[in-house]
Design a protein around this ligand. Structure first.
Ligand code: PLP
Length: 401
C-alpha cells in the first residue's frame, strides 16, 4: 500500500483504524503453496485467532484455505464465512467435553491433545476420526509466551506417553486420521523445525489409517529491513522431500498440512493512529497517540518492536521519540525510535499490525475498539465499524440501587 492510500483511509474513516491489504495476504498464501509445490496434497488451514474478521476468512476461503480454530465461536465464524466443516480443524486446549461434543455436531475435524480427553472421547464417539496433537519437546519459538512445545508446556500429548496413547486407541477402537504438532510461534531455525518433524514422522508410524500430517505453524515474519525470517523456500524444499519419502515408506499419499496465522496476515496489516501531543520531558520526547495497549497490546505483552512510519510527514529528517498511548498506566509502543519529525496531528502507521492485534483488542479505559478497513482492488472497504457508546453499555444490566 502507498503512503497516500493509508493517509486517505485515516482521513475518511478516522483514527485509530486497522487497515489490511488483501494483496499481501494473497501473495503470502501463494508464496507458501509454491514453496511446497512438490507435495501432491497440501492443505493450508489459516489460524483464525490471528485475525478473525469474517471478510478475512472469506478472502482466505477464496484462495483455497481451510481454517484452524481454537474455540466453538471461531468454528461458527468460519461456517458463517462459508467455509465447509470438512475444511475446518478444531484444536482446543483445556476445553470442556461439552464443547468437543458441539464441535462433533458441527462436523469439523477434531484434534485432541490430552490422554484423559482422548479416552473419554473415544469411548463416546468411537467412529469420529480424531487427530492427535503430540508434544515433540522441542524448544522453539521466539518468546516464552508463544513457545509451546517445550517439556513444561500445557500443549499436546508427550511423545513419551505413546504407549499409553496406543493402548487407549486400541481399547476404544477409535480412528486416528491425523498427527499434529505446533511448537510455537517465531521459529528462527529451519533445522530445528525439521528436527521436530522427524519426531512427528516417528510418531506417525504407529498409526495405520492416517490421512494427514499437520506440522502446525511458527513461521517468523520480518519486522524491519534485514530482520531474520523463516526461509520458507528452503524449508519447503527440505520438508517436501522428506515428506514424500515418508509417504513412500508409509505406503500412502498423505496430506501435508500447515496452519499459519502470522505468516499470512501480519505484514498485510497497518495500525493508524493520530498524534495528540508531543511532550518534551527532561529525558525524552514523547509522541502521545490516540490509542493504547487496549487496541494494540503486542509491544507491551510480547515486547515486539513494530516499525513506525510518519505518513503525514514521511520525508522530514528523523528525530528520536518514545511513542506512547493514552491508557492510564505505562503504555509504551516504542522507546527511542528514529521517526521523521512529528507534529501534533500527524498520522503514524505501525507495520506488522495484521496478526494478534485487533483480535487481542479490549475496551480497557472504556475506550471503543477501532474500525477495520480492507484495502481490496485499490479500494478501501469498511469491514468493522468503530464502536459507539451503546456498544459499551450493550451487555450491562442496570439494577435498582
Ligand atoms: C496460534 C496457533 C497457530 C498459529 O500460529 P502463528 O505463529 O500465528 O502462525 C497455529 N496452530 C495452533 C494450534 C495455534 O494455537
Amino acid at each position: 500500500m502507498k503512503n497516500k492510500d493509508l493517509l486517505q483511509i485515516a482521513e475518511d474513516f478516522g483514527s485509530p483504524v486497522y487497515v489490511y491489504d488483501s494483496a499481501k495476504i494473497s501473495s503470502q498464501y501463494k508464496r507458501l503453496t509454491s514453496a511446497f509445490k512438490n507435495v501432491k496434497n497440501l492443505k493450508i488451514n489459516y489460524a483464525v485467532k490471528a485475525l478473525s474478521n469474517i471478510n478475512i476468512l472469506k478472502l482466505l476461503k477464496n484462495l483455497g484455505s481451510g481454517l484452524d480454530t481454537v474455540s466453538i465461536q471461531e468454528i461458527k465464524l468460519g461456517l458463517e464465512a462459508g467455509v465447509t466443516p470438512d475444511k475446518i480443524i478444531y484444536t482446543p486446549n483445556g476445553v470442556s467435553m461439552e464443547e468437543l461434543e458441539m464441535a462433533v455436531e458441527l462436523g469439523v475435524q477434531i484434534n485432541i491433545d490430552n490422554l484423559s480427553v482422548l479416552e473419554q472421547f473415544g469411548t463416546k464417539f468411537p467412529k469420529t476420526p480424531v487427530c492427535i496433537r503430540i508434544n515433540p519437546h522441542v524448544m522453539a519459538g521466539g518468546n516464552t509466551n508463544i513457545s509451546v512445545g517445550h517439556i513444561d508446556s500445557k500443549f499436546g500429548i508427550s511423545i513419551h506417553q505413546m504407549p499409553h496413547l496406543l493402548r487407549i486407541v486400541e481399547n476404544t477402537k477409535m480412528n486416528i486420521n491425523g498427527i499434529h504438532m505446533h511448537t510455537g510461534s517465531d521459529i528462527l531455525d529451519v533445522e530445528v523445525f525439521l528436527y521436530a518433524s522427524e519426531i512427528l514422522f516417528d510418531a506417525a508410524k504407529n498409526f495405520k489409517d492416517l490421512e494427514f500430517l499437520d506440522f502446525g505453524s511458527g513461521f517468523k515474519v520480518p519486522y524491519h529491513e534485514n530482520d531474520i525470517s523463516t526461509n520458507v523456500e528452503e524449508f519447503g524444499k527440505k520438508l517436501s522431500k522428506r515428506f514424500n519419502q515418508f509417504c513412500n515408506t508409509y505406503g500412502k499419499e498423505l496430506t501435508l498440512t500447515f496452519e499459519p496465522g502470522k505468516f499470512l496476515v501480519s505484514e498485510a496489516g497497518y495500525f493508524l493512529v493520530k498524534v495528540n501531543s508531543v511532550k518534551q520531558t527532561t529525558s525524552t520526547v514523547f509522541a502521545q497517540v490516540d490509542s493504547g495497549f487496549n487496541h494494540f497490546i503486542r509491544p507491551m505483552f510480547y515486547g515486539t518492536q513494530h516499525e513506525i512510519m510518519n505518513i503525514t510527514h514521511p520525508t522530514k529528517h528523523k528525530r528520536f521519540y518514545s511513542v506512547v498511548g493514552y491508557i492510564c498506566e505505562t503504555d509504551t509502543f516504542a522507546n527511542n525510535k528514529p521517526i521523521p519529525e512529528i507534529s501534533e496531528g500527524d498520522i503514524l502507521a505501525f507495520k506488522n499490525a495484521g496478526a494478534y492485534c485487533f483480535s487481542m483488542a479490549s475496551n480497557y479505559n472504556a475506550r471503543f475498539k477501532p474500525a477495520e478497513v480492507l484495502w481490496h482492488n485499490d479500494e478501501a472497504k469498511l469491514i468493522r465499524k468503530r464502536e459507539t457508546f451503546e456498544d459499551l453499555l450493550h451487555n450491562q444490566v442496570e439494577v435498582d440501587l
